[in-house]
Design a protein around this ligand. Structure first.
Ligand SMILES: NC(=O)C1=CN([C@@H]2O[C@H](COP(=O)(O)OP(=O)(O)OC[C@H]3O[C@@H](n4cnc5c(N)ncnc54)[C@H](O)[C@@H]3O)[C@@H](O)[C@H]2O)C=CC1
Ligand SMILES: O=C(O)CCC(=O)C(=O)O
Length: 450
């Protein structure tokens, strides 16, 4: 990047930081996109004259509201909730809801911003949004979670709709929460509509939505490896997380013949040096999806699995790393350790799991690096297919949805390759950012000054 482009980029980022103080995660996500697209953006006078980058980094609107609810013992609690409707140039706002004590406006703005370009990459008509609350579902009873969800939807329902904004799940929001939220929407609006995705199969949910993000991540990883003369079969894969994305990434990687050697949760990681077997994977699934327990139980149950408290899995040598837990879970020293231990590919299941210095190090050392907005787009893609099925009042089979998911992941990979050629190699971060940004910019330009 030339000195003058670097100066303009620094000027743009300074302005963004001043307009959005104390929003570090949001700054980080914008910086990653801006440093990829800036040279291209400055080359396209029509976008620059229309101030597309300045406009796309400002959400259309942010809704902030209080959620008051009652615990089983009668204690009254109040949480804060948000819906960030970031950009609907390509379709209704679309993106998950996150329930976690760490949720802030900054976190939801970074997620909503990423979602714009991810959704664009899927090729489906979806804009970008995200929402959530600083509510911790861990340790709450089903009834407490139900009352929280009902109270949250009592406000949220005014702002969403199948052609307006279609929420789904994310961290802390799975099948149980979606069902409570969707039920309350129906009660308030007195009509059934595909206003949320990730619904149960018996009430409008799509086949494969549960598995889609993890499966899609593995499909993308396979394309990326194949493009570089490698294959997933026989590779050692370290996965972080043990939630929705991690579990199904692990399952698909195992089906493809890879050796999945780690899973993690917020208390530490489990190490299976010989690779998880299907019985151990099923134990992890029931433990996390149904019993909501701790991964350390796996080490108590299986002799060939060890548990390591309070540390991330990146110290274990692996050929492929799949961060599938949360943002900034790979910092520069983790990336350095992964590289020194022979990693050839990092494929992101989580959103923005690598810090900016870690991303730069992976790029400088020419490690294949699939950014989440490309490699984890399978989840929202199947959500888009759920919307289509709901609108058509039909439901496709598992095979049909999986086939469409595979096709979408192949096309996203092709788009990254087409836009990511830098100095004789494919930079997937650049490819995903330009590939996603271009369509949004074209639409915004076409709409005139809005
Ligand atoms: N669910 C979906 O369809 C999609 C999710 N994502 C992203 O994937 C990531 C995981 O989401 P889900 O699997 O849906 O959530 P989940 O709630 O099912 O699982 C989250 C996992 O991350 C772990 N985790 C959370 N915070 C952590 C921390 N601070 N340190 C270590 N581990 C931590 C949890 O223990 C759990 O295993 C998030 O970044 C999310 O934004 C991305 C695309 C779609
Ligand atoms: O399925 C969806 O609408 C949202 C998925 C999501 O939150 C994400 O892609 O990060």
């Amino acid at each position: 990047m030339s000195v003058s482009i670097k100066k303009e980029l620094a000027h743009f980022m300074d302005g963004l930081r001043k307009r959005n103080p104390h929003e570090e995660e949001f700054h980080q996500s914008v910086e990653e996109v801006a440093e990829s697209v800036f040279p291209w953006y400055l080359d396209h006078k029509q976008y620059r004259d229309a101030q597309i980058l300045e406009r796309v980094t400002e959400p259309d609107r942010v809704i902030i509201f209080r959620v008051t609810w009652e615990m089983d013992d009668g204690t009254i609690r109040a949480n804060r909730a948000w819906r960030v409707q970031f950009n609907h140039s390509l379709g209704p706002y679309k993106g998950g809801l996150r329930f976690d004590p760490s949720v802030t406006l900054s976190v939801l703005k970074f997620l909503g911003f990423e979602q714009i370009f991810k959704n664009s990459l899927t090729g489906l008509p979806m804009g970008g949004g995200k929402g959530g609350a600083n509510f911790n579902p861990k340790g709450k009873t089903d009834r407490e979670v139900m009352r929280f969800c009902q109270s949250m939807m009592t406000e949220l329902h005014r702002h969403i709709g199948e052609d307006v904004d279609v929420p789904a799940g994310d961290i802390g929001v799975g099948a149980r929460e979606i069902s409570y939220l969707f039920g309350q929407y129906m009660r308030l609006e007195n009509r059934w509509s595909g206003v949320m995705t990730g619904k149960g199969a018996s009430f409008g949910g799509s086949a494969i939505r549960t598995e889609a993000t993890g499966y899609g991540c593995v499909y993308f990883c396979e394309h990326m490896l194949n493009e570089h003369g490698e294959d997933l079969e026989g590779k050692t894969v370290a996965i972080s997380g043990s939630g929705n994305v991690a579990l199904y990434a692990a399952q698909k990687a195992m089906q493809k013949g890879a050796k999945v050697i780690t899973l993690s949760d917020s208390s530490g990681f489990v190490h299976a040096p010989e690779g998880l077997n299907p019985e151990q994977w099923e134990f992890a699934r029931v433990l996390k999806e149904q019993r909501r327990g701790r991964l350390s139980e796996m080490a108590e149950q299986f002799r060939d699995i060890s548990h390591h408290t309070g540390i991330r899995p990146w110290q274990v040598p692996c050929q492929v790393a799949m961060p599938c837990a949360t943002q900034n879970e790979i910092d520069e020293s983790d990336a350095d350790q992964l590289i020194r231990q022979g990693v050839i590919a990092v494929c992101e299941g989580a959103n923005m799991p690598a810090t900016v210095p870690a991303v730069h190090l992976l790029r400088d050392k020419k490690i294949l690096h699939a950014p989440g907005k490309a490699s984890n787009a399978g989840g929202v893609a199947v959500s888009g297919l759920e919307q289509t099925q709901n609108a058509m009042r039909i439901s496709w089979s598992r095979e049909e949805v999986d086939e469409r998911l595979q096709k979408i992941m192949r096309q996203i990979h092709q788009r990254c390759v087409a836009h990511g050629k830098v100095n004789g190699r494919i930079d997937y971060v650049v490819g995903a950012n330009i590939g996603g940004f271009q369509k949004v910019a074209e639409a915004m330009l076409a709409y005139g000054v809005l």
